[in-house]
Design a protein around this ligand. Structure first.
Ligand code: NAD
Length: 458
């Protein structure tokens, strides 16, 4: 399959797709490594050392990995260099540290010693999309390894470059053969073979909601454990009491960071009428200043979208806005002077109801809708009127509103006067169609381990 540079559409590499036989060989390798205890049989210290060695290698190759990811995804280099790739190092170190914390309850009574052993589950499939290829894959990988499993990584077929280099680093870090495996190919082919393979014991999936349904069905058939981290259409409520400057800054970051390709983007802005004119004016002014351009340029805030299919999907929302007669406040086309590559303008559309396609479907690009609401209570109702429930944002200076919102918003993550930060100690995941299960230490522990209760007569 061709691998493309989204800033100009040129082919930069070829990817070999794993068929059913090759996917099976990878699963068998992971299974064999597991049953031979090549990884789970290592001491806590040895496991920690291997994870930390890999973290150090990633740290030492941070520029190269950020560059490869930039070339292949179109995400601005500075953001990759300073935020996304350092997350890989943090993920590996966090789970290396967590190994010293693993403990299990034990009970002693007059006739028995009883204890609970938490054991790894086996060969696990880690499937992730193209919007943060290495950051997302490494979160799953670090957790799966810390809990003693062997892994099959399948990242998005469009963005294989940085993960290929990362795999070389896992060899350098001296993980035993078969412990970390990568299979490449389309989701409908390689991904599908992987999730249906009977030796795959758990699936950690991040991606679209429709794909999540397919994977849940495959997992149900195989009685395979599954965690699904899916799409979002998160509301961003701007209360009449908000500090407008902070709210504008937060709303801009929430929708336009990472080229707008974030599952937890605050893509539905709901602003109270009282401050709507002032907020909208300031928000549009800032959106118009966003610099779109080559992801390698240090000035760039938004690079190209990740691939041609995605460009076509995002621009179809511009068409929907026009055919629904909605007012496009800024953007809605290709930025002037950027004729090659998959660029779109940062776009803001004024919606008049929550029924519009733009209010209901995930765009996963630099497009925000703004809807004016009459009251804070109406904002909560509109925010919850969605099939999704990943995140919800609120900008306010009213403590009682913060508490009411925290209680009533149907979302896995509620952020008040704050932007999203991923904290590996805390659950990360969504309500409703945004997912099933949670990432984070506890969620991964439940997915990647099984409990065994042992009773020994004494
Ligand atoms: P996608 O579902 O098309 O693909 C994601 C991954 O799944 C890719 O590796 C793909 O090859 C694989 N895949 C596709 N079909 C498969 C199948 N039948 N069996 C097995 N694997 C299969 O998603 P996408 O369009 O590439 O990514 C964007 C989506 O991901 C958005 O909806 C976004 O919100 C979501 N996302 C969610 C989170 C989260 O944490 N909730 C984070 C990032 C992205």
């Amino acid at each position: 399959m061709p691998v493309v540079d989204p800033s100009n559409g040129f082919q930069i590499a070829m990817l070999c797709e794993a068929d059913e036989h090759e996917t099976g060989l990878a699963v068998e390798a992971a299974h064999r490594a597991f049953v031979e205890r090549r990884w789970s049989g290592k001491s806590v210290l040895q496991k920690q050392q291997a994870l930390r060695r890999l973290a150090e290698l990633v740290q030492g190759h941070i520029d190269e990995l950020a560059w490869l990811e930039c070339l292949n995804t179109g995400i601005p280099l500075g953001y990759l260099r300073n935020i996304q790739i350092p997350r890989v190092v943090r993920n590996l170190n966090f789970y290396a540290d967590s190994l010293s914390q693993h403990s299990a309850p034990s009970v002693v009574d007059p006739n028995f010693l009883r204890y609970v052993a938490r054991e790894p589950i086996g060969a696990v499939a880690l499937i992730s999309p193209w919007n943060a290829p290495l950051a997302l894959a490494s979160t799953k990988l670090a957790a799966a390894l810390a809990f003693g499993n062997t892994c099959l990584i399948k990242t998005a077929e469009q963005t294989p470059l940085a993960i290929a280099r990362f795999m070389e680093l896992t060899v350098e870090a001296d993980f035993p053969p078969g412990v970390v495996n990568l299979v490449n190919g389309r989701g409908s082919v390689t991904g599908n073979h992987l999730v249906k393979h009977p030796l795959v014991r758990a699936i950690s999936f991040t991606g679209g909601t429709e794909t999540g349904r397919h994977i849940a069905a495959a997992a149900a058939h195989g009685l395979t454990r599954v965690d699904l981290e899916l799409g979002g259409k998160s509301a961003n409520i701007i209360s009449a009491s908000a500090n407008i400057e902070d709210a504008v800054k937060g709303a801009i970051a929430s929708i336009f960071t990472n080229n707008g390709q974030q599952c937890f983007a605050g893509s539905r802005i709901l602003v109270e009428r009282e401050i709507a004119p002032r907020f909208i004016e300031a928000f549009i002014e800032r959106a118009k200043q966003i610099r779109v351009g080559s992801p390698f340029s240090p000035d760039t805030e938004i690079g190209p979208l990740a691939n041609l299919n995605h460009l076509q999907r995002v621009t179809s929302f511009f068409g929907s806005a026009r055919s629904e007669g909605l007012e496009i406040l800024t953007g809605g086309g290709r930025p002037p002077g950027l004729d090659a590559g998959y660029y779109v303008e940062p776009t803001v559309v004024l919606t008049t109801s929550n029924a519009s396609r733009l209010s209901r479907e995930e765009v996963f690009g630099p497009l925000a809708t703004v809807q004016v609401v009459e009251s804070f209570d109406q904002a909560l109702l509109v925010a919850n009127d969605s099939d999704y429930g990943l995140a919800a944002y609120l900008w306010t200076n009213d403590l009682s509103q913060s508490l009411r919102a925290a209680e009533r918003l149907q979302a896995g993550m509620v952020l008040v006067n704050a932007s999203m930060t991923v904290d590996l100690r805390l659950p990360f995941g969504g309500y409703k169609n945004s997912g099933l299960g949670r990432e984070g230490y506890e969620g991964f522990r439940n997915l990647f381990t099984q409990e065994k209760t042992v009773s020994i007569a004494v």
